[in-house]
Structure formats: C-alpha cells, structure tokens
Design a protein. Sequence first.
Length: 658
Amino acid sequence: MTHPSIKRLNVGIFAHVDAGKTTTTENILYESGRTRALGSVDAGTAVTDSMDIERQRGISVRAAMTSFTWKDVQVNLVDTPGHVDFLSEVERSLRVMDSAVLIVSAVEGVQPQTELIWNALQKLRIPTLIFVNKMDRIGADSDSVLEQIRTYLSPDILPMQLPVGKEQDFNATVDIWDADVDPEAKQVLYESLAERDEILLESYINGEFISREQWREFATTGFRSAQIYPLLYGSAARGIGITALMDAMITYLPQAGGNIESPLSGIVFKIERDKSMGRMAFVRLYEGSLRNRDTVFNHTQNIQEKVTQIRKVDGGHSEDIGLLTAGDIAAICGLAHVRIGDVLGVPDAIPDEAKMAIPLLTVRAHWIDEADYPKVVQALTELSEEDPLLDVQWLQDERELHVKVMGPIQLEILTSVLETRYGLQVSFGQPSVIYKETPKQRGEGYIAYTMPKPCWAVLRFLIEPGPRGSGLQYDANVRTDDLLLQYQNEVARRVPEALQQGIFGWEVTDLKVTLIEGQHHVWHTHPLDFAVATPMGIMNGLANVGITLLEPILRVRIVVPEENGGRVMNDLSQMRGTFDPPVLQGDRMVIEGYLPVATSIDYPIELSSYTKGKSSFTSFFSGYEECPSDVLAERTRRGVNPLDQSKYILSVRKALQG
C-alpha cells in the first residue's frame, strides 16, 4: 500500500521517434532491479510496449506507465510515443508530469518533434533533464549536438557530464562535479551558473570562495524550478550512463508534492479498457486521498460515482493497491461516466495544459459486413473515449462514420486495433483535409423565434473577425430585464455548439461573437427556445458576413542528397509552399519551410521514392491560414441546416421532445 511519506517523482520520458526512449526506459527498469531481464523494442519484449501492434512495429503508440525505486525514491515513469501521429498521448501525459526527461539522439540531433515537445515543456514550466543518447554511434558529435540543443531549444541547458571516448570508442561519462575532473570544464559550468544570478556573479568576480556544495545547491534549485536544465550523455542500448541518469533524476528533478489532508483534487488523463477490470480511468492526484469504495465527485460533469478498485498499472500488469494519495498516479475502476480531462474533487490544484495535437485529416470508415455496422459504431465510440481527438462523427441518416486523425500511421494502428480488440474488418477511405471557416467581415445575425407557438426567443448577435489562432471569444451585452440570466447562460452554452458547422460544414473559428440584443416572453418562453434559436441566429449572421476558408499549414524540414535539392524546391513551389534558402550540411541539403496539408499528403512517399530512401521529411502543425480564393471545400452537414429555419425548427423540436 502506498504510504503518504514516500519520496516520489512523476517523470515523463519524451523524444522524437527513434531517439531511443523505450530502450532507455527498459534499461532504467533493468538497472534499478525492477526487471530481471532487459526488454527489447526490436524483439518485441519491451515492458511499456504492451499492445500487439507496438511489438510488431517497434514503435510506442500509447503512453505507458511503469515505476521503479531508486535509492529509496519511488519513480512513476511514463514512456510516451515519439511519432507525431500520437501527439495527443504525449499532450495528455505532459499535463500530469512534475518533471521530464527529453531524449535527443546524438546522431540526428534536434528534430521537429523534439522542438514541439520542448516548447510545451517550457510553456508548462516543467523541469526537464536532457539525455543525449546514442553517443556510441558513427556520426555522434557531442559538441555539435550541444550547439544545436542550445540554438533550437534553450541556451539555459548546461552539461553536467563530459563524455569519455567518441563514436564507437564512447565508453563512459564523467560527472563535472567530481573533485578530479578537468578544471576548465568545471570553470565553464561555474561561469554559466554565475551568469544567471547577480549575487553569485558578484561573489565569483570578486574572487570570493564559493564551495562546490554551494555551486551544486544553486544549480539544483535552478533545475527544480525550470530556470536551467541539466544535460547528460549516454548510450541506452549499451547501458552506458543509465545509473547516472537515475541519480540525476532523483537529485535534480522535483519531488511530487500534495497534502493528503486537503480536499480531493485530481485529473483523469487517460482511459483504457482492461479485459478483466473493464473501464479504467488513470488519475493523477494533486491533493487529498482516495480509497476503494469511496464515492468521488466529478466536478466537470457534476456527478457522483463510486470507486470499486484502485490499481497500480505497470506495463501490461496491474494490482489492486486500495489507496491513492496526493502526488501519485493510479488507475481507478468503477467510474462509468468519466471522460479524459475530467476533474475529480475540486479544481484548485490542477495545472494548465498545453495544446499540441491538432488532427488535420478526416476519414470515412467502411465495414465489409453490413451486420457489423452497430459494432463499428460502438467500437469507434469507445476508442474516441480513449482518444477524444478522434472525434467520431456519426451521420445516422446516411449510416456514415467519420473520424479525425493525425496521419497515416495512426490509421494503420486504428485498423489493427479494430481487428485485434474487436474482431472487426474496417477500412478507411482517402484522408481529406480538415478546413475551418472564419468571418470575412463584421456584421449581425438576428432571429425572432416566435412561431409555431408556444415559443418566444429573440436574439441579435454581433459577429466580428478575430486574430488568426484566437479561436472563439464570446460576450453578452444585454440587460437581465430583457433576457433573464438563465436564458443568457443557455445562449452562451449553445454558441460554441452552433459554430461547429459553418456555411461550408466546417468549424468556425477566430471570431468574436457578442450578444447585443435578447428578449424573452413572460408566458410564451420555454428555456429550450434559446437552444433552438441560437444556431439560427448564428447561421443568419455567418450568411450575412460571408465566410473565408482556412486550411492547415505544416512547418517542414526536408533533408535530401544535394543533387535532389533543385527538384525538392520545385516541388515545394508547385505545392504552394514557401521555404527559406537551403542550407548545405556536407553532401546533404536541408530545406525548411511551410506547406499546405492539402497539397502535400502523399509527398513524403514520393520524396522517399525518388531519393531512393536517402531523404527525411519531418513536419508539424504550424497553424491555419487563408485558402486561395479558387480553393473550395465543403463538408456534408450533420442534421438540418439552421438556415432552413422552418425545417430546422421542426427537426430540433422533435429531437428535444424525443
């Protein structure tokens, strides 16, 4: 049973795909004595790769939790996926971590996903330890990697070690704090630390004695508060630098806090289904404690549910621990209605989240056997509970199912999971891009919903374009005498729903909506009248102001042999891309720029083909931008269009009564 006085760390392991995350995790488990044999990604025996598809493909798809004890400190370790298609798993894990280990390959250096994760870690002020892996590989260069790390990530990253040997001769690391280490390296570290504190700098310049312990204490305080970041070297595959990494984790990273006597405060960050236990909600508890058979208040949904079991999950195994205390993570069974992101207890102690994962493609599901239709609906609904970004769209009248995805590998995994877990043969159509809509200009939307009686709801909205990336801002400027507060609240709740489908069927974003007029009737108004009226008023406004289509843009980094550079630049221009002047690195050319998703879906395959596999194409989402005027994209609408008011009123009233 977990004891409240235990020293505990919650650490996420993050990296770009193939930097060696899972191998590092396996070596940590082995060196700490947690496992007796070393698991292997290639052999499909990694503890944290528990899904069949993960073992077959040698990639991590789900964030997997494991734990180990090192020098009396219990460490909850979360191994996250490295592939951009599974960024939503990374995003959810980030939210509940107190600290992180970011792995960078000494050969490939800083890659786009590394930058993306780093930016999120910075935004959330998460103390992070950088582990430069694969130091024994040909092409590994500690100096150039450090330069890259400081350029692309942060100049506040400070090496705590010196590597011994280079490439295949790399065989150890030396701690800079050691008494007999190179004095020059120690001086570089001391100067780096002094530069970051005026009092320390003054003492250092004046030649005052500062003990090694004082320097180290200052560094540790900086590491734990995410002001500076320690960097270590190693080779996980050969077990070099692993014990030093574990020492650094418990020395430099902050322990999980939280008071078990405080009111309960926790968040659900992951949902899984277990063959024997059913639905399990993974909860990070920030304050208070929770026991088997406790009734827990779900703050987000305003419901009470009973905990049947609290289980510690480790790779593919789990055991009932009966108690979850502040600072720890466990899987809760029995919460039938809980969703990812739900707050249990009070929200006071829950940290912010960093949004990184944005699905840019939508695909339609096809099933071979018509009798499987209800099972496919059920399966995809369950899977979207585990990954809400799948956002299953079920068009019941058309008997169609659409899901949102990050990329082709996620589709492969989805197909495999539907077959292995549910026994369903499902294929997916060609991916199409998810566009968005935004108002062209400022204008008004108006609705007087007074027929057929009994009903009465009058609304006038001011609709204004907002800055790119601003989402929706909503405000109400109406007297409560004209429109009761309960009705105003109903309108506020319905506006985001109404903007899910604009004129062309896409989500409307980057706008400000202000309710500037509203009326209810003492006798005729029913509270649900405003649920009916709001979409009609909003759609009337969108039709009046006109719509600009927005398309998703990728930031790309392409590395190709120099002789292919000309063709790549020509391709980018053809795809409506923009790019910086290319940079030569030896006999390779690096081209960075921006590409519309719509024109480049199949480009990585084409590029790999004509460079005979000697290229790399990495990308991540940059933002939405206006489409050229000749691009027109429309999506099938779910339900009746509120612009067809009489038909819409009938359909909604029927649904509300039903």
